[in-house]
Design a protein around this ligand. Structure first.
Ligand SMILES: CC(C)(COP(=O)(O)OP(=O)(O)OC[C@H]1O[C@@H](n2cnc3c(N)ncnc32)[C@H](O)[C@@H]1OP(=O)(O)O)[C@@H](O)C(=O)NCCC(=O)NCCSC(=O)C[C@H](O)C(=O)O
Ligand SMILES: [Mg+2]
Length: 292
């Protein structure tokens, strides 16, 4: 099993040359070069060229490069998609996805542009309709033309559209967030948590990272470099958990347990499903170790 760590994925405005340059040196697992909400309308065309040039220039090392385009229903979306397709980043992030047909449309356009299969599609889930239709949107991953690999939660837009408050602990949103995790993971899609806006509040950020880990998020989207290290720490399996995972795998590898579905380890029941989970933990830890 091989996994791509997506613990920390940092947004930066596509209009900010300094941030784009700095991104090549930061210890995040991915970067989102934004053309949408972080870029003012007057700066969007210039940002499009800047971002495409940055991706083409490369130098991002193991960091996944993602371009967030404007919606195809905006004056910029179609040209953004064409420019992103030509630059061929690791992924193109579509804002405000709420219908599987949008994913098929974009996938077909990418195929028509001849974009290599190494460029996948990520979808922002940030509207009430997307939450209500998450099963259908997730199932779009079964259609290879969509290239759908990752959901990114847009908790700011979700708060705006639903009028739910963005509060520490996120009680008003918890049901929706868990629904997206269930939908995404049912169809093999990674789910990245939304951003923590108060980037100087480190304790609040750490608490939200821990909460995301407990919920089953695969990582978190970030807005500031200071959030990267604590986020990586939170989303890396702790050494004790990796050790326990290796012990679970080892116990099922013993010849005397070959035909067994359940065994006892350190006074606890362990089933083969736990061995599957353990293999995932070890694969993630190994992929992180290989990166660092
Ligand atoms: C939030 C910021 C505007 C703060 O900027 P600033 O006050 O300039 O930060 P600092 O002075 O502390 O910066 C220190 C150095 O770090 C670099 N920096 C800062 N932010 C980034 C970044 N995101 N990526 C790369 N590098 C960054 C600065 O250049 C400084 O470097 P140096 O010159 O070496 O000292 C700013 O952080 C920012 O713009 N953040 C990203 C905002 C963004 O992209 N927002 C859009 C995505 S969020 C969203 O839309 C979510 C979703 O759609 C939803 O609905 O929820
Ligand atoms: Mg948004």
């Amino acid at each position: 099993m091989s996994l791509r760590p997506r613990r920390s994925v940092l947004y930066m405005p596509g209009s900010n040359a300094r941030a784009l340059e700095k991104a090549r040196t930061l210890p995040c697992d991915g970067v989102i070069l934004d053309l949408e909400d972080a870029v003012a309308p007057d700066a969007k065309v210039e940002a499009r060229f800047r971002v495409a040039d940055a991706v083409r220039a490369g130098g991002f090392g193991p960091r996944e490069t993602v371009i967030r385009i404007n919606g195809l229903d905006t004056p910029w979306g179609t040209d953004d998609l064409a420019a992103a397709a030509a630059a061929a980043p690791d992924a193109i992030l579509l804002p405000k996805v709420q219908d599987p047909a949008q994913l098929v449309d974009v996938g077909e356009r990418l195929s028509a542009f001849g974009v290599p299969a190494t460029t996948s599609v990520w979808a922002m889930i940030e509207t009430p309709i997307a939450i209500l239709d998450i099963k259908a949107i997730s199932a779009a991953a079964l259609n290879p033309v969509t290239r759908l690999k990752v959901f990114v939660l847009g908790t700011n837009d979700l708060a705006k559209e639903t009028r739910a408050a963005l509060v520490p602990g996120r009680a008003p949103m918890m049901g929706w967030l868990m629904q997206v995790i269930a939908g995404g993971h049912a169809y093999g899609i990674d789910v990245l948590d939304g951003v923590w806006n108060a980037f100087q509040d480190q304790a609040g950020f750490a608490a939200e990272c821990s909460q995301g880990v407990e919920m089953g998020m695969d990582g978190k989207t970030l807005i500031h470099p200071s959030q990267i290290e604590p986020c990586n720490l939170a989303f890396s399996p702790p050494a004790a958990e990796v050790e326990k995972a290796r012990a679970i795998i080892a116990v099922f590898d013993r010849p005397e347990n070959a035909g067994k579905g359940v065994v006892t380890l350190d006074g606890r029941m362990v089933e083969r499903m736990h061995a599957d989970m353990a293999r995932r933990t070890v694969a993630l830890a190994d992929a992180i170790a290989a990166r660092t």
